[in-house]
Every structure is written in C-alpha cells, then in structure tokens.
Design a protein. Structure first.
Length: 306
C-alpha cells in the first residue's frame, strides 16, 4: 500500500461514499493486469471501494481471467458481446453508491478515484482527463503521433459537447438507474451522456481524475476504431428526417477539416520534432479521406440495413 493511501486511511474514510469501479474486459490480460495494479494503488480508502471486472467471454477462458484478477476484483462473465453490455452486467452485481467506469487497457493515476468522486459534489455526473500513452516515449509511431494530438480530448468533450468517454466516467448509481444502461449499435458514451442530460442531469469535468489510455499503434487499429465510430454515430441519427443528406454533407467536409486542423498538429506540445509532426499530418490527411469514403458507404445499399 502506498504512503499516500495510508495517509488518508482513517476516521474520515467512513464518511466517503462506497464506490464500485466497473472494468469491462475482452482478450487483453496484460492490459487488465496493469489496470488492476494501478487501481490497487488508489489513494481512496481500500475499504470504501470494490472492483468489478466484466469479462466479455474472452477466448483465454474464465480461469485465465481469474488468475489475472488474482482476488483483486469480483469477476462476472457477460457473454453478450460489446463493452456496453459488459458494463451493464458489472453494474447489475455492483454494490456501490457511486459508479466509476474505466477501460481495462487504461492506467489510472493514484488520485483518480478520489478526484472523480469529489467531482460529483460539483455536478450530477463527471468525466475525467485522459492522457494518451505512447509505447516508447519520445519515439511515437505515426498513428501514435496522430493520437497524441487528437485522441481523447475529454475536456472538450465534456465542456463543449456535453459528453464523456466511458473510459473515465463517474456517476451515482441512482442516476445510472434513472438514465438506464448503455445501448449497443450506437456511440455508447455519447448516447448515454445525452440521455442523462436530457433527463436534466449536469455533466462536469474532473481534471484531476486522470487515466492513461494507450494510443493506437497501427493503421489497422486506427481505422477499426473509426469504422466503429462512423457506424455508431450514423446509428444515433436513425429515424431523423433528412438523415442521409445531412450525413453526406457533413462527411464531404472531412478533407477540408484536415486543412483546418493542420496548425493544431504543428503547434502541439505533444510532438517534439518535425518528423513526428510530418508523421501525424500524414495520418491526419489519410484518415480524413478514409473516413469520407467509409461514411458515404454507410448510406449506400450495401450497408444501409433496415
């Protein structure tokens, strides 16, 4: 146990809300082990939180996941595929008054849970800061350089767009019960946050509740992310008048948006050399063109669906 954690274990601990940390997992035992080790080092009193790991029927099997968990968390297996159903399954067995959501490949800083819970004194639900982790600091791959600039800008998401990523979300259990669980086939973090706000709940940013999230390391990983995001975002607009036309017009702006974001890459403090900036710019322009083509395919007959 860290010195910081021992410092706050005391009489005040009983006054803190009991929190359930929700960790969906699929096929990443190394990432899960790192996440659990960081959760074990939290400065929040150990007696005032639990960890619930919801395994999405990983191919390694339950025994391998249990061995990685090593008694540090409660394990529930959720066979329905998707991080949303896994989170919902974990919430169903959790006992906390506060729910703290994190992804299994994330590494929370020691004060993450404490800062997130404290943020609920300022608002109804909260999103924390997400740092992008580079595998070899100072030597990012092109996709890592791109994500160091553009990925997980959760402050902007919370303060400008009104939602938080589910990799760093805090809410009272009672609020979650009123809003309902995460849905599949849509951008689940945006959808859930919008439903919460539509119900009258206020979102706040928690800058001291920090998690590290690994950057995508390959082009294949990056387009897999954006193929999913395109489909989920398009799914959110289902049933709205003029859906396809608005989607097409918005998508046609993607190449021009690369030009608009070029100064952001050049000025980014996350990149320390011109080779890194050129690599990030190459991914930016290539990805915006790919996103345009993929987005337009969603309104075509091959992927339109019912």
């Amino acid at each position: 146990m860290s010195a910081a954690r021992r410092k706050i274990e005391g009489a005040a601990a009983a006054d803190l809300p009991f929190a359930s940390i929700i960790v969906p997992h699929y096929h990443d035992l190394d990432g899960l082990a790192r996440c659990l080790a960081a959760l074990d080092a939290q400065t929040y009193p150990a007696a005032r939180f639990e960890i619930v790991v919801a395994d999405n029927a990983s191919p390694e099997g339950r025994e391998a996941v249990e061995a990685t968990v090593g008694g540090r968390a409660r394990l529930v297996v959720v066979p329905e595929r998707g991080a949303g159903p896994a989170r919902n399954g974990a919430v169903a067995v959790a006992g906390g008054d506060v729910l703290a959501f994190i992804d299994s490949d994330c590494v929370p800083e020691p004060d993450w849970l404490r800062a997130g819970v404290e943020a609920l004194e300022r608002g109804d639900f909260a999103g924390g800061r997400v740092r992008v982790l580079i595998e070899t600091p100072g030597r990012p791959r092109p996709t890592e350089a791109f994500e160091a600039v553009f990925a997980f800008d959760n402050r902007r998401y919370v303060e400008k767009m009104g939602f938080t990523v589910t990799a760093n979300l805090f809410c009272p259990r009672a609020l979650f019960a009123k809003v309902g669980g995460f849905r599949v086939g849509v951008s689940e973090d945006l959808d859930w946050s919008l439903r919460a706000r539509a119900a009258g709940f206020q979102i706040v940013y928690a800058p001291l509740a920090v998690v590290g999230h690994p950057a995508r390391r390959s082009w294949e990983d990056l387009i897999a992310k954006w193929r999913r995001l395109n489909a989920e975002t398009f799914g959110l607009s289902a049933g709205r008048p003029g859906r396809s036309l608005r989607w097409i017009l918005r998508s046609l702006l993607l190449p021009a948006s690369a030009l608009a974001h070029t100064p952001r890459v050049i000025a980014s403090p996350a990149l320390t050399s011109w080779p890194q900036r050129w690599a990030a710019l190459g991914v930016l322009y290539r990805l915006r063109l790919w996103r345009l083509i993929d987005a337009l395919s969603l309104v075509g007959p091959a992927r339109r669906g019912p």
